[in-house]
Design a binder for this molecule. Structure first.
Ligand SMILES: *Cc1c(COP(=O)(O)O)cnc(C)c1O
Length: 223
C-alpha cells in the first residue's frame, strides 16, 4: 500500500519540486517499503525517533527535521540531519551551530514562518526574522547555512485562504532573498504543503512538499 500511494503521489510532484515522505509515528518497516520504492527524503518531527530510525535504515536517506525542535534535543540529530525546517529562534540556531561545529559539519536550515491564522503554530514573523538575520550572533555563525523558508497553512477547507498563505510565504522568501541573500544560490528552498494542500503549494512555488498521511495512512494521534 505504501508503495502504491508513494508512486501515485510522486507522479503528481513535478520537478524541480521534491517530495518529502513524512514518516513520523510510522514503523521502520513502512519507511523501508518507501525506500525500496525509490524514496530517499524522509521527514520526522521528533529528534529521538529520527535518531533511532536513522540508526537502522539505509545510510543514503536524507533526513528532514520538520517539527518544533527543543534546544536540548539538537545533539541527537546534528551528526546526520540533512535539513532542519523549523528554525524559529536565534537561540535554536545558535545551538544548531554549536552542535554542527562539534560534528565538524555545516547544517542546512530553513526559517519557519508563522503564516497561518491559528495561534498554535510555531514560527517567526518578519520583524523577528529581521532581528535574527541582523544580529551579530547570527553573522558570527560558521556552521549553519540558511537555505530558505518553511511554513504551515491554516488547517481549513478554505483553499483560497490556504493559497493566499502560501503566496505570502513565497513573498517572504523573495523579500529575504533580496535583502539578505543576494547572489547566494543556496537560499532557494520554500518548504510548504502537506497531504491535503500540497498541490496548491506547488502551484504557489513550493520546492519541497511534506506529505505524510497520503503515503503512510492516517496517524494514530494528531500531531
Ligand atoms: C505531520 C506533518 C506533515 C505531514 O502532514 P500530512 O497531513 O500527514 O501530510 C507536514 N509538515 C509538518 C510540519 C508536519 O508536522
Amino acid at each position: 500500500m505504501v508503495k502504491e500511494n508513494l508512486v501515485k503521489i510522486a507522479s503528481t510532484v513535478p520537478e524541480p519540486t521534491r517530495l518529502i515522505a513524512v514518516s513520523k509515528t510510522k514503523p521502520v518497516e513502512m519507511l523501508q517499503e518507501a525506500y525500496d520504492a525509490g524514496q530517499r527524503l524522509f521527514g520526522e518531527n521528533k529528534a529521538l525517533e529520527m535518531r533511532d530510525k536513522h540508526a537502522v535504515l539505509p545510510k543514503d536517506i536524507q533526513w528532514h527535521f520538520i517539527g518544533h525542535l527543543q534546544t536540548n534535543k539538537v545533539k541527537y540529530i546534528a551528526p546526520f540531519v540533512t535539513l532542519i525546517h523549523s528554525i524559529d529562534s536565534l537561540q535554536l540556531l545558535e545551538v544548531v551551530n554549536k552542535e554542527a561545529l562539534k560534528n565538524n559539519r555545516v547544517i542546512d536550515c530553513l526559517l519557519q514562518f508563522h503564516i497561518a491564522s491559528e495561534e498554535t503554530k510555531f514560527g517567526l514573523d518578519m520583524s523577528e526574522a529581521d532581528a535574527l538575520l541582523s544580529s551579530p550572533e547570527y553573522k558570527a555563525m560558521t556552521n549553519v547555512r540558511l537555505c530558505g523558508v518553511m511554513g504551515m497553512a491554516t488547517n481549513t477547507d478554505d483553499m483560497a485562504k490556504v493559497r493566499s498563505e502560501f503566496a505570502n510565504l513565497r513573498k517572504i522568501f523573495e523579500d529575504l532573498r533580496q535583502r539578505y541573500f543576494e547572489g547566494q544560490e543556496h537560499f532557494s528552498e520554500i518548504s510548504m504543503g502537506m497531504s491535503h494542500d500540497y498541490q496548491i503549494a506547488i502551484e504557489e512555488g513550493a520546492t519541497l512538499v511534506r506529505v505524510g498521511s497520503s503515503i503512510f495512512g492516517a496517524r494514530n494521534y494528531n500531531i
